[in-house]
Ligand binder design. Structure first.
Ligand SMILES: [Zn+2]
Length: 463
């Protein structure tokens, strides 16, 4: 983390000369303990430390062609993505769902060749989701630029990234919200409070992606409106704080924030911080205003599903005289910090994808083991920086939950989207064993002690 710099450059033009030694060490691709399939490779300059090498006629977003004066329209997004697809042999675009208003929620897959979901699940991948909140436009702009850059960049780092892994981007999770410039979707629902109940098409779409593609990393891109005195950082980020998240994977998510996102953003002179934390004059934390362990939030939900998850938020407010005098300085800074945070995230996948794949798989196995044995705790509250109360702590978790036929009917499709295995009985009732990777999610969905339970299932004690 660092304080807001006095006069950051207004455009994203990287200069290695300006990068501090520590950042160079962090950003330079260290030799990688690659999988057996990879031949030894010389270290390459990190994505976060170099401009993408693009053809002169590479497609540009509406935002870019306007110099930051206008956000890319939904129509421009379609033509931009089609142009990127046409210019690149690495890109596949699919429509995952269509909103009631007829707008597509699209997935862009970028790789050396197009893979099925099952094939992507067999190798390292990252899922980047953008614009859950329709009135946070720079999140989407950053994602669109990263799609183009990864699709067309000829630099060794991007080639290495795509040789080893797959990049999945949903540039516009909430297109109706973008069209109306609203936080919520067309039904007035905050999509980022729906990743447990999965009532919205938008959250259902993301859950199905996580289930089917099984990404190792998930970065969810947002914007925030801070304040000049205590909440002024250019880009803030946060890992999953929910206490049912695997501790090893939480540590990896903190590492993503500290060792990849922050150096990438700070190397360009922008400031970073922790989402939800106000800072005093010395940079010390003085209050927490957001960023808890709420399992309905995607940042926590993807952590519970054994991914290395992260929320990023670019500052919307014009906090410098330069930004107040010229709105495009503000808009470009917002987009550029998002691009940098994503490029840093891609460097983690590029350099550690194989390890992350092993670790996320091991976390899934460990959760299943704990669940089957009735070991470990379940927490219905608290966070990694707040102990749960005694009533929020389940000391002796059950080994299963029993659902009536009526309850099963109510949650069956939701459980499927969460990749939760259900054992149905001939009489229409069902048992949900805790001995499965979703062990940390199951009680949050169906235990009466949970804050946001959908049904009150009957806990089944371990034999
Ligand atoms: Zn948001």
């Amino acid at each position: 983390m660092q304080r807001r710099p006095s006069a950051p450059s207004s455009a994203r033009r990287r200069s290695l000369v300006a990068v501090g030694l520590g950042a160079v060490l962090a950003l330079t691709g260290a030799p990688v303990a690659a999988g057996a399939a990879d031949a030894p490779e010389a270290p390459v300059t990190a994505l976060a430390a170099a401009e993408p090498v693009l053809p002169a006629d590479a497609p540009r977003t509406g935002f870019e062609t306007s110099g930051g004066a206008a956000w890319t329209t939904l129509e421009e997004e379609q033509s931009f993505l089609a142009a990127v697809d046409a210019a690149s042999d690495r890109v596949g675009i699919s429509t995952l769902a269509t909103t009631a208003a007829g707008r597509p929620i699209q997935l862009v897959q970028i790789g050396t060749r197009q893979l099925s979901a099952r094939e992507v699940a067999q190798r390292p991948s990252i899922l980047v989701t953008c614009l859950q909140h329709g009135n946070e436009p720079a999140a989407r702009e950053g994602c669109l630029e990263v799609v183009r850059d990864v699709a067309l960049d000829t630099s060794p780092a991007t080639q290495q990234l795509l040789r080893r892994s797959t990049v999945l981007v949903v540039p516009t999770v909430n297109p109706d919200g973008r069209a109306a410039n609203t936080r919520a979707n067309a039904d007035g629902v905050d999509v980022n409070r729906d990743h447990l109940a999965l009532e919205t098409l938008e959250a259902q779409t993301i859950a199905a992606l996580v289930r089917d593609y099984d990404p190792e990393m998930v970065v969810d891109v947002h914007e925030y409106g801070g304040r000049a005195d205590v909440y002024d950082r250019d880009l803030i980020r946060l890992w999953p704080r929910n206490l049912n998240v695997d501790e090893g994977l939480r540590a990896r998510a903190v590492e993503l924030a500290d060792d990849f996102i922050d150096p990438a953003v700070e190397a360009e002179g922008w400031s970073t911080g922790v989402y939800g934390i106000w800072n005093g004059p010395g940079g010390e934390p003085i209050a927490q205003v957001a960023g808890d362990g709420d399992e309905r939030i995607m940042r926590n939900a993807v952590g519970l599903k054994h991914t290395v998850g992260q929320l990023t938020e670019s500052q919307t407010r014009a906090l410098t005289a330069e930004e107040q005098a010229d709105p495009t300085v503000n808009t470009n800074r917002r987009v550029d910090t998002n691009v940098l945070a994503l490029r840093g995230s891609l460097d983690m996948l590029r350099t550690q994808g194989a390890e992350l794949r092993r670790e996320t798989a091991a976390a899934e196995r460990e959760a299943a083991r704990l669940g089957a044995a009735g070991e470990g705790y379940i927490r219905f509250g608290g966070a990694d920086n707040v102990l749960p109360t005694s009533s929020e702590l389940l000391l002796d978790p059950p080994c299963a939950y029993d659902l009536t036929g009526e309850q099963l009917d109510a949650v069956s499709s939701t459980l499927s989207l969460h990749d939760i295995r259900v054992v149905e009985r001939a009489d229409g009732t069902a048992r949900v064993p805790m001995g499965q990777p979703a062990r940390g999610v199951i009680p949050l969905l169906m235990d009466e002690r949970a804050a946001y339970d959908l049904v009150q299932a009957t806990p089944v004690d371990c034999a």
